[in-house]
Design a binder for this molecule. Structure first.
Ligand SMILES: *Cc1c(COP(=O)(O)O)cnc(C)c1O
Length: 359
């Protein structure tokens, strides 16, 4: 059986070895005679997986004790609304707008009717960079998007503020180490770098849990799942099982710092190919804002015919998911943790060859 090189933006590649384990264990998990999907979420069989996944998030991220790890549903998109619902206390909030996902987060703040301001934006330059961000120190919370999946830009470090900093890390969670002194809440839909869709990971500083108002529905309060260790109701058990396997895979590789090194090597290979193409390829992001996860690029003059031709050739060679987001066109190679170096090599080889034939 041949596995494709999957450069899709999300849902995206999972480590082959993880899928092999999941396949082997699918009908009978740990000799139980049932699939983990068929196990009660109150059973010991499942509980061991659940606890281990939380333990590994803590270990791999070197997470301080005053944080909780929550497994929720509703995707990162529900977090856009849950953040203001749970953290806003009648003061003000501040947002940085670095692209489409930031805008969606801001839209939910608007819907909640909270007092907020967008204090930084890279909208004028077509979101080709991370804006300069300076948050006030007296906000109920501030919000940034760590990695801009569509535009291919990424914060190199997080802004420093005395206000609680909330980070949408949907497309770069577990890809690099985090300075938890600067972060108070991090959330991510699992389907880009951490598992299948249907699972949302929230890492929250415990002192933020008690702010929530009585009028917020039980299931939309962080405190509900924090008090119940994410077992208030039935969690997405199969997603958490896969997350656990992925975390074990990262652990075996030597941890997040090791994965980050590999991510840097992959990104360098691809960006070098773009930069050394004599202008045949052009990257969307400005160099100092480039993402290690999503590489958005065009062919010279945004030649859509050539772009389609390259996509077709890639597809034929078993490289899929390279079409750019419909909002900016061009191509995008998502090179998340699970995309192997060989995949990027194969892509870069094709790009060289294609440029030679079509210049
Ligand atoms: C994909 C993505 C989202 C949306 O995630 P869902 O889980 O589909 O709601 C939000 N933010 C970022 C940065 C993303 O890449």
């Amino acid at each position: 059986m041949k596995r494709a090189y999957n450069f899709g933006a999300g849902p995206s590649a999972l480590p082959t070895s993880v899928l092999e384990i999941a396949g082997k264990e699918l009908l009978s998990f740990k000799d139980s005679g049932i699939s983990i999907m068929e196990a009660s979420h109150r059973s010991k069989l499942y509980d061991d997986v659940h606890q281990n996944a939380i333990k590994l998030v803590r270990k791999l991220y070197n997470l301080p004790d005053d944080f909780d790890v929550l497994f929720l549903q509703g995707g990162a998109s529900l977090q856009f609304a849950m953040v203001p619902m749970n953290l806003y206390m009648g003061g003000k909030a501040e947002y940085a707008n670095s692209g489409a996902w930031s805008k969606k987060a801001i839209k939910e703040a608007e819907i909640q009717g909270i007092n907020f301001e967008v204090v930084a934006s890279s909208s004028e330059s077509g979101f080709d960079e991370i804006p300069e961000v300076k948050f006030s120190d007296d906000c109920d919370f501030c919000h940034i998007t760590s990695n801009n999946t569509i535009y291919g830009t990424q914060y190199k470090s997080y802004p420093k503020t005395k206000s609680p900093l909330v980070i949408d890390a949907s497309s770069d969670i577990f890809s690099r180490e985090v300075d938890w002194d600067r972060v108070d809440l991090m959330y991510a839909g699992a389907q880009k770098n951490a598992g299948p869709s249907g699972l949302t990971i929230v890492i929250i500083r415990k002192n933020l849990l008690d702010r929530v108002k009585e009028s917020v529905p039980t299931m939309l309060r962080y405190k509900t799942q924090a008090d119940a260790n994410s077992l208030y109701n039935t969690p997405p058990t199969f997603g958490i099982y896969l997350l656990n396997l992925i975390l074990e895979w990262i652990d075996e590789k030597g941890g997040i710092a090791k994965v980050d090194e590999e991510n840097q090597r992959k990104a360098k290979l691809l960006y070098d190919a773009i930069d050394n193409s004599n202008g045949f390829y052009t990257g969307h992001a400005q160099k100092d804002s480039r993402s290690l996860m999503n590489v958005s690029f065009n062919i010279k003059d945004k030649d859509s015919e050539l772009e389609a031709k390259l996509l077709a050739e890639a597809d034929k060679a078993g490289m899929i998911g390279l079409k750019g987001h419909r909002s900016i066109g061009g191509l995008r190679a998502s090179i998340y943790n699970a995309v192997p170096y060989e995949a990027v090599e194969a892509l870069v080889n094709l790009m060289h060859d294609f440029a030679k034939r079509n210049s």
